[in-house]
Structures are given as structure tokens and as C-alpha cells.
Design a protein around this ligand. Structure first.
Ligand SMILES: Cc1cc2nc3c(=O)[nH]c(=O)nc-3n(C[C@H](O)[C@H](O)[C@H](O)COP(=O)(O)OP(=O)(O)OC[C@H]3O[C@@H](n4cnc5c(N)ncnc54)[C@H](O)[C@@H]3O)c2cc1C
Ligand code: SF4
Length: 338
């Protein structure tokens, strides 16, 4: 039995005070943290239950955007009428993930902070720099089907497993956090980090910082979007490769704004401003989609077992761009299960 303290916070200030203690974890839906504690991968000394905090709301913002509470569940977010009509890319990405039961419990803040699904990270009998810094990376030279092709390092080749975050990256969402040093806003693209020589750090949250909300800007790309997720099974499986695309089209048919984010390929949702700039002002065509895919995948390297991902990603990007431009998204439209 591994002992830990459990405390239930009733407001954000109290949660952050409690969260400042060493080896503390916030408990939201628990769908990732509790599994990791059972497997002895996460060994917090203190668990602060944040489920009573008033962070479950989804509210309109004055700038035309939407604020998603950190404790709004993935299901409440995906089935919110405003998310469905104004941000169908986000709804599709959420509904492509996990299962109805999990989405009913999993929260937006928890989804952002979920840990990698690298097999070795879960297997405490093997070395893993993310779990135990300095111990080595068992995935390099091991089984790498689900591992990174972009932005990896000699210390870690893990991927971030979230679907929701890939859509948030394409939408250029912002993460609101409160911590011992006060409140701050982190652009989603700066929230997760590449592994470098510190793979134990998944993101740029400072110790004790709590995610309170995620802000979506007014532009939701509701007319031209898609979330294309490719995986080993049709449900209950993480992405091998996923692509979130949001486009605006001008009256003359050329592309106005363009956003493309990839999941399943790196330690964070992967974007390339160079690829997006290439698309802006172009007439949608197979040629320009291929050029954008090549640009996004510049520097991609396989690890043996995941070499297939480079070609898979290239084709997925081209297909997703065509779906978005044609207005024929790969939407996920499951009915809500309570
Ligand atoms: C079988 C299975 C399949 C899955 N498939 C998918 C999938 O296909 N796609 C996908 O995207 N996800 C998938 N998931 C992951 C699931 O989406 C996450 O487990 C869930 O989103 C985590 O949310 P939670 O509220 O349960 O977080 P918790 O488990 O409570 O917490 C997870 C982590 O986030 C931290 N945390 C939680 N809230 C906050 C906050 N507000 N501020 C700071 N830190 C916080 C916790 O301390 C912990 O470290 C799957 C999970 C399972 C078990
Ligand atoms: S890829 Fe990262 S998470 Fe997986 S074993 Fe290597 S260090 Fe650990």
C-alpha cells in the first residue's frame, strides 16, 4: 500500500494553496490519474480533489468566443449546442476519443494534462526517462508503433495522446491557469512541450498551477473543417495519426485562413506556420495539399516500428485538407449516452 493524503478543495485559492505542496496531483475525472496510481507510475504524496470547484461552466465571451470550464466534461463540451454549431471541429475531435462512458467523466483540464500512452511509461519494470529521469528510454530500439516521428529527442520519443488538444491547437485556443504566482494565459501551442532533455515535463505548467478554463477565439471554422483520426480500432483507441483542419474560403474560392494540426506524431500537437502560409491564398488542389503535407512533415523520422506513420500522415493530411475544403468533414456524430 502506498500512502497519500486526500483533500477536497472548495475554491480555486484553496486548491492552489494545497497544490503548492511537493508531489501533489489534482484529481478531476480520475480516468488517467487513478489508473496511473494503481499501476504505481504516479506516486503523489497529496491528492487534491478539484471536483467541487465552480469550473464546470461553458460561457460566451465578449469577443465572440467561448470559455470552456476546466471541469466541464468532455461529453458536456462536445454536446454543447454552441460547440456543435460554432466549433464542430472541436466536437468531432472529442467524440473521436475514448468512449461515451469515459467522456462523461473525463474533464477538459484532465484531457490537457493526460500522460503519454507509451507502453514502457506504464511498465515499471522497464527504464523510462519520463517516469524516472535519467533511467533511459526503453522505446528507442523497442516497440515503437505508437511513437513520435516529429520533434522527438534521444531521451524520449513519446507522443501526446489527446484528440481534444489537436483541435484546440488548430483553433488557437488559450489556456487559463491560476497558480501560486497568480493567473496567466498560455497559448495552446506553448502549453505542451517537446521532450528535449527533460521528458518528465509534459507541459509548461509551473508546480501547483491549476488549469481553470480554455478560451476559444471567435473563429471556429464551422463551414470548412474536419477531424480525421486514424487508429487500430474504430473506438476506444488512440490516434496513430490524426489531423485537425480549419479553413476559411474567399468568394473567389481561394483559401483565406488555414490551420492544420497533427496528433499522434509528436510530444505535442504539431503545427507548421510555413505549411499554413503556403495554403493561404492558394486555390484548393491536390498539388497544394501535397506541398502542405510535405512541409508539415519536414524532418519526420521513423523509429522502425512506426516508419509507416510518415506516409500515413502525408495521405491523412491531404485527405483532411480536401474534406475541409469541400465542406465534407469526417464528423463523429454519436448520440449522447448517459
Ligand atoms: C481506455 C481509455 C481510452 C482513451 N482514449 C482516448 C482517446 O482516444 N483520445 C483522448 O483524447 N483521450 C483518451 N483517453 C484519455 C482520457 O481522455 C483522459 O483520461 C481524460 O481526458 C483525463 O481527464 P480526467 O478529468 O479524468 O483527468 P484526471 O485523470 O483526473 O487527471 C489527469 C491529469 O491531469 C491533471 N489535472 C486534471 N485536471 C487538472 C487541472 N484543472 N489543472 C491542472 N492539472 C489537472 C491531474 O493531476 C492528472 O495529472 C482514454 C482513456 C482511457 C482510460
Ligand atoms: S518514449 Fe518517453 S515515455 Fe516512452 S520509454 Fe522512452 S522516455 Fe519513457
Amino acid at each position: 500500500m502506498i500512502r497519500f493524503d486526500y483533500a477536497r478543495a472548495t475554491d480555486v485559492a484553496a486548491a492552489v494553496r494545497a497544490g503548492a505542496a511537493e508531489r501533489t496531483r489534482y484529481l478531476a475525472g480520475g480516468t488517467n490519474l487513478v489508473d496511473l496510481m494503481k499501476e504505481n507510475v504516479e506516486r503523489p504524496l497529496h491528492v487534491v480533489d478539484i471536483n467541487r470547484l465552480a469550473l464546470k461552466g461553458i460561457e460566451d465571451r465578449d469577443d465572440g468566443g467561448l470559455r470552456l470550464g476546466a471541469l466541464a466534461t468532455n461529453a458536456d463540451t462536445a454536446y454543447d449546442a454552441r460547440v456543435q454549431s460554432r466549433y464542430p471541429l472541436l466536437a468531432s475531435a472529442i467524440l473521436a476519443g475514448a468512449s461515451p462512458q469515459l467522456r462523461n467523466v473525463a474533464t477538459n483540464g484532465g484531457n490537457l494534462n493526460q500522460r503519454t500512452r507509451c507502453y514502457y511509461f506504464y511498465d515499471t519494470a522497464t527504464p523510462c526517462n519520463k517516469r524516472e529521469p535519467g533511467s533511459g528510454c526503453s522505446a528507442i530500439g523497442g516497440v515503437t508503433r505508437i511513437h513520435a516521428i516529429l520533434g522527438a529527442s534521444n531521451h524520449c520519443i513519446a507522443t501526446h495522446p489527446s484528440d481534444l488538444c489537436v483541435a484546440l491547437a488548430a483553433l488557437e485556443a488559450e489556456v487559463q491557469v491560476t497558480g501560486p504566482a497568480g493567473e496567466r494565459t498560455i497559448p495552446l501551442s506553448d502549453y505542451h512541450r517537446l521532450p528535449g532533455d527533460a521528458p518528465e515535463r509534459d507541459n509548461t505548467l509551473a508546480p501547483g498551477e491549476l488549469v481553470t478554463a480554455i478560451d476559444l477565439p471567435a473563429e471556429g471554422f464551422a463551414d470548412h473543417y474536419t477531424y480525421l483520426k486514424l487508429r487500430d480500432r474504430l473506438s476506444y483507441a488512440f490516434a496513430l495519426v490524426s489531423v485537425a483542419v480549419g479553413l476559411t474560403l474567399e468568394d473567389d474560392g481561394t483559401i483565406g485562413d488555414a490551420r492544420v494540426a497533427l496528433g499522434g506524431v509528436a510530444h505535442k500537437p504539431w503545427r507548421s506556420t510555413e505549411a499554413e502560409t503556403l495554403l493561404q491564398g492558394a486555390v484548393p488542389s491536390e498539388g497544394i495539399f501535397r506541398a502542405a503535407a510535405e512541409t508539415l512533415l519536414k524532418g519526420a523520422v521513423g523509429q522502425g516500428g512506426n516508419d509507416f506513420k510518415i506516409e500515413l500522415a502525408r495521405r491523412a493530411i491531404m485527405r483532411a485538407l480536401k474534406q475541409a475544403a469541400d465542406g465534407t468533414p469526417q464528423s463523429q456524430t454519436d448520440k449522447r449516452v448517459r
